[in-house]
Design a protein. Structure first.
Length: 189
């Protein structure tokens, strides 16, 4: 896996020379690979970038679709990536659930779930619309730097008062108001 910092650093130079699917194809898999060599699994990612570029040109006129079902059909694009694109590029209210958001949703009891999709649905239900555009980033940063997997830094937590985690290390109680449990969800679109 690759970190956001590593990907952003590696792709900065790439996007200066190839910022469209057509330019990515012209660059070719080997050259794309040279630009992203510092990113984990770079060979596979370079292959996916070329396949993705081909699919965007062939199936979508070179444009990125604004529909999750269409996005996840593209090479190398899963639900999390599709949700990032829909949220950031198209302003849609989506929640891309990574390992940090999955942990926070469950640890705090805000959106418990056994799958990323269940946590996603729970967060979509409780996060006010006006915060949806940035909530994904806030939750990732909170999970990365405060509510860490191995040793959460509870005294620095700005939402400790709503945390229901057993491992909580400070004395701020969780609120008495319960969040209604999620209704069972069928297949998630």
């Amino acid at each position: 896996q690759a970190t956001d910092v590593g990907v952003n650093k590696a792709t900065r130079a790439l996007f200066k020379v190839a910022d469209t699917p057509q330019k990515m194809l012209a660059l070719g898999e080997a050259k794309v690979g040279e630009y992203i060599r510092t990113v984990g699994l770079w060979r596979n990612k370079a292959k996916n970038v070329i396949a993705l570029s081909e699919a965007l040109i062939r199936d979508h006129g070179g444009e990125v679709p604004d529909d999750r079902d269409q996005l996840v059909k593209l090479p190398g694009v899963g639900r999390k990536t599709a949700n990032v694109v829909l949220n950031m590029a198209f302003g849609q209210h989506t929640m891309a659930v990574d390992t940090h958001i999955f942990r926070i949703g469950n640890r705090l009891g805000l959106a418990p779930g056994k799958t990323p999709e269940q946590v996603e649905q729970g967060l979509l239900r409780i996060i006010p619309d006006e915060y949806m555009r940035h909530a994904h980033h806030w939750l990732i940063l909170h999970g990365r730097y405060v509510c860490k997997a191995r040793k959460p830094d509870c005294p620095l937590c700005v939402i400790a008062d709503i945390c229901k985690a057993e491992e909580k290390t400070n004395n701020v109680p969780a609120p008495l108001v319960e969040i209604a449990p999620l209704e069972p969800v069928g297949e998630i679109q």
